[in-house]
Design a protein around this ligand. Structure first.
Ligand code: 4AD
Ligand code: MG
Length: 436
């Protein structure tokens, strides 16, 4: 038995005969030599099969293999500067697990396909080098986010998916039947439970899927997305901003450190990511942002939320992320603490990613006064009985506290430099996308 390896490990096996299980990515033929390109999920390996060096049957089988046929190749690894990964495999033997039928060939060929077609074949499209690179960067982002919180005294506490009430407005709730006559809603955010957990543990975070019935088709919205949410007892808005900035820098640094190859596949301009780490993030109040937008051609008036276009205008002006704070209280969630110096604005912050990407993080300081909280629940027409427990948190040892949520897909889109969030998750869910 020869040593079974992955393509990513090839550099450690130069000169050895090894076995690599994978799929036929592509094949180039030139008379008495064929060049199969093997794909194994960790990379691509150009292989060389010479007719005179192989049993006739092996050579013929290889020559007629079809794209994405599952095969196990055995051969010797050689350094080859001109090959994509820097190595080549001289084929010695071949085992075919399945030959893809010539009558029903693999539908994604090396030619260009439209996005709609590719989305309908998402289960296969994930095998492409580009999609593979994106998902690997996503993995690093998730891993580094978790490392950041784990290394800074946060305890991971999971929050429920079925919830009895809204967190982020009632218009985007997904409702489901929950036994007898009860309704449940898929969580929009773990925040409210995080607040209870922060009073029990000090600093916590949750990481999980969140759901919003977003009815518009945009390049930034999914109906199911993953969010990481830290929450801290005894933290004010400034502390929330500090942690958000430090975490984003840590994540970008880790991707630059560990995922250079993937960024290259994605043709990401890494100098844009390096610039993020060159100095403090831009800090701007909502008031200043509105003035800036008006001066740059936006129709926005004080009091309205930014449109996607506004975020693009703002973030194209700077090469580092922006922290925009103190939005009008009226357009923010019921739990946002008002600024004691100016009740009409809330102690909330959004982090906007540069290059036109826009909001990746939303958060801020929460109301910790029980009376004010109850008043807001009424003003927002929320059912007070569903929030009994939440008000309890303000009755039994209430403290100023805050946190934020970062949408993983938005962060992946920005860091990878993608047009649309649909490529940032293996199986995206959007208003018209439920399959595959
Ligand atoms: O700004 P949002 O709505 O804030 C919250 O949910 C807070 N409860 C978080 C907290 O303070 N713990 O959402 C937070 C982030 C956004 O900045 C965005 O990155 C992402 O979640 N997000 C979405 N991502 C993809 N598709 C959607 N439909 C999203 N909605 C929000
Ligand atoms: Mg937001």
């Amino acid at each position: 038995m020869t040593n079974r390896i992955t393509i990513s490990d090839a550099s450690r096996h130069v000169g050895e005969t090894v076995t690599i299980p994978g799929w036929l990515h592509n094949i180039r033929k030139s008379g008495k030599i064929v060049f199969p390109i093997l794909r194994d999920g960790t990379g691509l390996m150009q292989c060389v099969a010479v007719k005179s060096a192989l049993p006739e049957e092996t050579f013929e089988t290889l020559k007629h293999l079809t794209q994405e046929s599952s095969i196990i190749l055995t051969g010797r690894i050689r350094e080859e500067a001109r090959a994509a990964g820097g190595f080549e495999l001289d084929v010695e033997s071949l085992e075919v697990i399945q030959k893809v039928s010539e009558e029903d060939p693999y539908p994604i060929t090396p030619k260009e396909h439209g996005t709609e077609f590719l989305m309908s074949k998402r289960h296969l499209w994930l095998r492409s080098q580009r999609q593979n690179a994106i998902i690997r960067v996503r993995h690093e982002i998730i891993k580094s986010v978790r490392d950041y919180f784990d290394n800074h005294g946060f305890t991971l506490v999971d929050t429920p998916i079925f919830t009895p009430a809204a967190c982020e407005g009632t218009t985007t709730l997904f409702e489901c039947d929950y036994f007898e006559d009860e309704k449940a809603y898929l969580t929009q955010s773990g925040q409210l439970y995080n607040e209870a957990n922060a009073m029990a543990f000090g600093k916590v975070y949750c990481f999980g899927p969140t759901f919003r019935a977003e009815k518009s088709k945009t390049r930034r919205h999914l109906t199911e997305f993953w969010m990481v949410e830290p929450e801290m007892a005894y933290a004010d808005l400034e502390e929330v901003k500090r942690v958000a900035e430090e975490m984003v820098c840590y994540v970008v640094g880790r991707v630059l450190e560990h995922k250079r190859e993937e960024l290259k596949v994605l043709e990401r301009d890494v100098t844009k990511l390096e610039a993020v780490l060159q100095g403090p993030f831009i800090r701007m109040s909502y008031d200043e942002a509105v003035k800036n937008l008006q001066a740059n051609g936006s129709e926005i008036q004080w009091g309205s939320d930014f449109g996607g276009g506004d975020e693009t205008i703002l973030t194209k002006q700077f090469d580092r992320p922006m922290l925009v704070d103190r939005f009008p209280t009226a357009i923010k969630a019921f739990y946002m603490a008002p600024d004691p110096a100016r009740e009409e604005v809330a102690l909330g912050v959004d982090v906007l990613a540069p290059e036109g990407y826009g909001e990746i993080i939303g958060g801020g300081q929460r109301i910790h006064d029980p009376e004010l909280l109850l008043k807001r629940i009424h003003e927002h027409n929320l059912p007070p009985e569903a929030f009994d427990w939440y008000i309890d948190l303000r009755k039994y040892g209430t403290v100023p506290h805050g946190g934020f949520g970062m949408g993983i897909e938005r962060a992946v889109a920005w860091i990878c430099g993608l047009e649309h969030v649909r490529e940032t998750i293996a199986f995206p869910r959007m208003i018209y996308t439920l399959r595959p």
